[in-house]
Design a protein around this ligand. Structure first.
Ligand code: ADP
Ligand code: GN1
Ligand code: MG
Length: 353
């Protein structure tokens, strides 16, 4: 049992505790008590989040904001208090822990089982963005500065390449070349953000399918989870990261690259859902959705390759080449999107009418 569970108020006495889920960042445990109540206990990754207390202030405010907009108790994550009445606890090393209610009667998918599941995830993330449209953005802590600033991700990549901590660069030359050959276009969204051409919104910024819970019976959205990176951002980030993960025909860490493509039908399905849930997007925001898909995928590949070069210090890995495998799938996806570029743009243009 993780001792930190005893710092929280629970219904019943905790009897089991086991690692849970497929997240790459935090340490997540499923806790079951003797009354059968289930909880999710999480330790925040202190290396990834330099200000975990600020992060928790964000999360507390966001779940309150969303809970106030719905009668359904499962519409927002619910944080449980500690025995001294706080909504997170600190251990002796200063690490931050929190306890969520387990979202019962839900499913969390690693890949859509049907097009409808993916459509509903678009409704979930689109609605989330809409619900936060009136959230006071200026009160949010920037939990990871420059999170989707792709040129800054290139800067960090170049540093890791120059340091080449484990001497791995010589074995990944094609991947390095792929990254460098895309550097100019990699900055397109950031330039439009800085010029003010695209509006800044409160966005989730990590819109993988496994960060949304669907009702297990109706398979309609219950809530969006993993709120650690909710920050001011672009609509194209949230749209794009969902495509990167959910419109892919293979897992993020698939070794057989021949299985990896961007499914154009899934792209269309998600676009339909997202535009339905976010009717207020500007013309330019709509036009930049395909670019969001491509750049979020490129950026994620750059981050995986950076971590591979740096010695796997950021993302959790299960095998030595895990980050390299992940980087390769992302680059394969980018190349496939480039092949399907005109079709992607045509889909958005047609649905945006
Ligand atoms: P990470 O930042 O590491 O991705 P997440 O908050 O996404 O952490 O949690 C990892 C996984 O744990 C999720 O993908 C989901 O499967 C599961 N999970 C997280 N919170 C809950 C919850 N409240 N109820 C049920 N499952 C949850
Ligand atoms: C991480 O936390 P998780 O597993 O949902 C990462 C995302 C990446 C994703 C790649 C805080 O998401 O940015 O896109 O892995 N989260 C953080 O799978 O870096
Ligand atoms: Mg997650």
């Amino acid at each position: 049992m993780e001792d930190m569970i005893y710092k929280f108020q629970t219904e019943g006495t905790p009897v089991t505790c086991a690692p849970y889920g497929c997240g790459h960042i935090n340490r997540t445990f499923l806790i079951v008590t003797d009354t059968g109540r289930r909880y999710i206990l999480q330790m925040l990754n202190g290396a990834v989040f330099p200000d975990p207390r600020g992060l928790m202030e964000n999360v507390i405010a966001i779940v309150r904001h969303i809970a106030a907009k719905s009668d359904d108790p499962r519409a927002a994550l619910r944080l449980n208090p500690t025995t001294d009445g706080k909504l997170y606890a600190e251990d002796e090393k200063g690490r931050v822990w929190r306890l969520y209610d387990f979202v019962e009667g839900s499913i969390c998918l690693q890949a859509p089982e049907t097009p409808e599941d993916f459509y509903q995830s678009a409704i979930a993330f689109g609605t989330f963005q809409q619900q936060l449209a009136d959230f006071p953005a200026a009160t949010l802590h920037e939990t990871i500065p420059n999170f989707h600033n792709t040129p800054d991700r290139y800067r960090i990549f170049r540093d890791a390449l120059a340091a080449d901590a484990l001497g791995r660069a010589k074995d990944v030359q094609p991947e390095i070349e792929f990254v460098l050959s895309h550097e100019t276009e990699a900055g397109e969204l950031q330039r439009m953000r800085e010029s003010g051409a695209l509006p800044t919104r409160v966005t989730h910024n990590d819109t993988k399918l496994n960060n949304v819970m669907l009702d297990e019976k109706t398979r309609k959205p219950l809530c969006v989870i993993d709120l650690d990176t909710v920050m001011p951002g672009l609509a194209a980030y949230d749209f794009g990261d969902s495509i990167r993960f959910g419109a892919a025909t293979a897992a993020e860490d698939e070794k057989d690259l021949s299985k990896m493509e961007m499914d154009l039908a899934a792209f269309e399905t998600y676009t339909r859902g997202f535009l339905t849930a976010c009717p207020g997007l500007t013309e330019l925001e709509k036009q930049t959705l395909p670019l969001g898909a491509k750049l979020m995928t490129l950026e994620c590949g750059v981050r995986f390759l950076t971590d591979y070069l740096a010695g796997d210090v950021y993302f959790s890995i299960d095998r030595p080449e895990h980050n390299l495998d992940r980087a390769r799938t992302q680059f394969k996806l980018v190349a496939d999107m480039e092949r399907k570029w005109d079709d992607m743009r045509a889909v958005v243009a047609r649905l945006a009418k």
